[in-house]
Design a protein around this ligand. Structure first.
Ligand SMILES: Cc1ncc(COP(=O)(O)O)c(C=O)c1O
Length: 410
């Protein structure tokens, strides 16, 4: 059917009406592209009174209002559920929104939530701020606690978060042991699995109830998308998440969902490439005497190395770099050498990023982590030689500055 034949049939309608005549899918059967079509909508229309009134029953499947799901968002959710090894998934406006939604769906006033001290900073702010104000006690635990978490579980603990490896210090958690302890007491467990992603580790396969990912990182992959996901295997839990998303007004645009689906298509390739480059850069950095420590679970002296090898099927090219203490000017001089690597927060995309920051802030003491300059690096898809040049030049600049300062001081 020609697209505007419908307008030609509207001979009994006015000009204004013809201009706003609903758009149409002219020939869906004949036009078969390889991508999920972008179906934008707030309004969904119905044929009659009965189907309009029954729309509330279409919250979990089918369509009632654009905020609650479009064919594009449902397609992405189905793909994520399958990739995570779950039965259902929900996409949310950001990774942080996914953490908040999962928590708010599970807890009630008077409950306790446990979370690893190494967890993503803004999530800790949510736990310690808004959640505490709602009467939910949020208690950090040492990330490497393993099965000893059982000693911290009581009847008030309703939810147990994990994040492995941690966002900044990369502690690897014994997720299977912690999930087992939670299950034994009927506590809902959830894991922020953004670093490993479903490609490296699938929390649901290891007994976790809710697998969360900030899709803004590896899945989006190009530094231009903010989105999060929760995947589950339990229909009741899924409906609780979906109900909470509805009353909180959380929805994701079809355009963003399409962008995310495109990102997912190249994600395995991108992750493999970024990890291969990161691995050589880690080898190079390890050979430098002016590097104190590399925080990546693949490094044999990393405290979580053994668990990572046991549980994970791959790695992300995202790691921390600890350099000997130096003054702010030295750090500034080092970062000024970055030609290819950009200074910026976030990670997991095609562009290499460096984020300076102190991982000890808002943390209990980290006994194994010495003092020094800390940078988090996310390795993208640029030539390894360009990235190595930046890092070598930065380390040289810091060393020169350190020598000059100590000479002046001497
Ligand atoms: C581990 C981890 N979880 C969650 C988030 C939050 O994701 P978003 O930026 O999409 O809210 C981030 C973002 O940096 C993160 O690093």
């Amino acid at each position: 059917m020609k697209p505007f034949r419908i307008l030609r049939r509207m001979t009994d309608r006015g000009e204004d009406t013809k201009h706003v005549a609903p758009g149409r899918d002219p020939d869906p059967a004949a036009f078969r592209s390889l991508t999920t079509p972008i179906r934008r909508a707030s309004t969904v229309v119905f044929d009659d009174l009965d189907s309009f009134e029954a729309r509330a029953s279409r919250l979990y499947d089918g369509y009632s209002y654009g905020l609650y799901g479009t064919p594009t968002s449902r397609a992405l959710e189905e793909r994520i559920a399958a990739l995570e090894g779950g039965s259902r998934a929900i996409v949310l406006p950001s990774g942080l929104a996914a953490i908040a939604l999962a928590t708010l769906s599970v807890v009630r006033c008077g409950d306790r939530v446990l979370f690893p001290d190494s967890m993503y900073g803004p999530a800790k702010e949510f736990f310690g701020g808004l959640l505490e104000r709602l009467g939910v006690e949020a208690i950090p635990y040492p990330p490497e606690i393993g099965e000893a978490i059982a000693e911290r579980l009581d009847d008030r603990v309703r939810m147990l978060w994990m994040e492995s490896p941690g966002s900044q210090t990369f502690e690897v958690q014994d997720v299977p042991a912690i999930a087992r302890a939670a299950k034994a007491r009927g506590i809902v467990s959830a894991a922020d699995n953004t670093w490993a992603s479903h490609l490296g580790f699938r929390p649901l396969d290891h007994g976790v109830d809710i697998a969360m990912q900030a899709l803004s990182k590896h899945a989006g992959g190009h530094g231009d998308l903010v989105m999060g996901s929760l995947a589950v295997s339990d229909e009741t839990l899924f409906r609780r998440l979906k109900d909470s998303a509805r009353v909180l007004g959380y929805g994701v645009s079809a355009d963003d969902c399409a962008l995310c689906e495109r990102g997912l298509m190249t994600m395995p390739l991108r992750l493999r490439h970024s990890w291969a480059t990161a691995r050589s850069l880690i080898a190079y950095l390890s050979s430098r005497p002016d590097v104190l420590r590399i925080l990546h679970p693949s490094v044999p002296d990393h405290p979580g190395h053994a668990i990572w090898r046991r549980d994970h099927r791959g790695a992300a090219g995202v790691f921390g770099l600890l350099l000997p203490p130096a003054d702010r000017e030295a750090q500034r001089a080092g970062l000024a050498e970055m030609r290819t690597i950009k200074i910026g927060a976030s990670w997991g995309g095609v562009h290499s990023l460096i984020a300076p920051g102190d991982p000890r802030r808002n943390r209990a003491p980290i006994p194994w982590l010495p003092e020094g300059i800390y940078w988090r690096l996310s390795i993208g898809l640029e030539d390894e030689a360009d990235l190595r040049r930046d890092l070598a030049a930065a380390l040289d600049a810091i060393r020169t500055r350190r020598r000059t300062t100590s000479k002046i001081a001497g």
